[in-house]
Design a binder for this molecule. Structure first.
Ligand SMILES: [Zn+2]
Length: 298
């Protein structure tokens, strides 16, 4: 499986910042150790040019975000201090998801070892998300004519409000979000299909909901699925509120990827959220996703 990494684009955060930036390097290291990726199939994520960012974002926002002229309230909503290094990394996150999608169209599955920044809207940063990697990549590939129908399967525990706002109503895109109904974001613009789950939701309840939703995605006959395999539905996640086990998350991944493969849909993986303290259970969940990808695609 080809995978794109953001290791070359570190973002130093202030001490004690609640975003667990270290999870990316830990996940990559563990995947290499387990042989899930081999060094010759890894590449640095390319930096997305403005033209790709502009597929999903307004010119005024791209200018403000890339030149450091976002307002103080906008930076508060983002949750990261603005630095040039942050923007470089965010360009790489979009570029990584686009590169993973291109690789998936050739190989069946590929991964961005980051991404899933689904709260970013056309003209607004939010919740650790500057640019919406999946929306940019989906709209870029549709504009190129590389695909004619795509789906977003967003299983991060938080609703994909930015993705829904940007892609909502696009006739060539189906967006599914399974999320904690009472969790952030509190205003949830409609996805094609939203499934809100109760606090503490266990494996069986979650998988039943997923089993009901997936056939609706597959009935759309997407050629490419962007799968945001968030680790934050894990029981005990500091921002999660659901109650899935690692086993339940792996079963979730298996059902999504098997359904895609059976449908003939290619899969571009993005990692999404995961905020365990300390971070190791989150990393275990992310590794589990890549393990299942290997299992399903060989
Ligand atoms: Zn999340």
């Amino acid at each position: 499986m080809r995978a794109f990494t953001l290791d070359d684009y570190p973002v130093p955060l202030p001490p004690g910042h609640r975003f667990p930036m270290e999870k990316y390097a830990l996940t990559l290291e563990a995947c290499l150790h387990e042989g899930l990726f081999t060094a010759d199939r890894l590449a640095p994520a390319p930096l997305a040019p403005d033209a790709v960012l502009l597929r999903a974002h307004t010119p005024a926002y791209v200018t403000a975000a890339t030149t450091g002229t976002l307002s103080a309230p906008e930076i508060r909503r983002l949750g990261f201090p603005w630095t040039p290094a942050l923007i470089t990394r965010c360009r790489a996150s979009v570029g990584g998801t686009l590169a993973a999608a291109e690789a998936a169209l050739e190989d069946g599955v590929a991964a961005n070892l980051a991404g899933g920044t689904h709260h970013a809207k056309a003209g607004e940063a939010e919740g650790f998300c500057v640019f919406n990697d999946v929306a940019c990549a989906a709209l870029e590939l549709l504009a190129r004519g590389a695909v004619s129908r795509v789906a977003v399967v967003d299983l991060d525990v938080h609703q994909g409000n930015g993705t829904a706002a940007i892609l909502g109503g696009h006739p060539a895109v189906f967006t599914l979000s399974l999320h904690g109904e009472k969790n952030f974001p509190f205003h949830k613009p409609p996805s094609t299909l939203d499934v809100g789950l109760p606090d503490g939701c266990d494996d069986a309840t979650y998988l039943r909901a997923l089993d009901k939703a997936l056939p609706q995605v597959m009935a759309f006959e997407p050629e490419l699925v962007f799968y945001i395999a968030g680790a934050d539905p894990l029981k005990g996640d500091s921002l999660g509120r659901l109650g899935l086990s690692l086993h339940g998350l792996a079963e979730r991944d298996r059902r999504v990827m098997r359904a895609c493969r059976a449908q003939g849909a290619k899969v571009a993986l993005s990692m999404g959220g995961g905020y365990y303290k300390p971070i190791h259970p989150t990393v275990a969940a992310h590794i589990g996703t890549f393990r299942v990808a290997r299992e399903v695609w060989g």
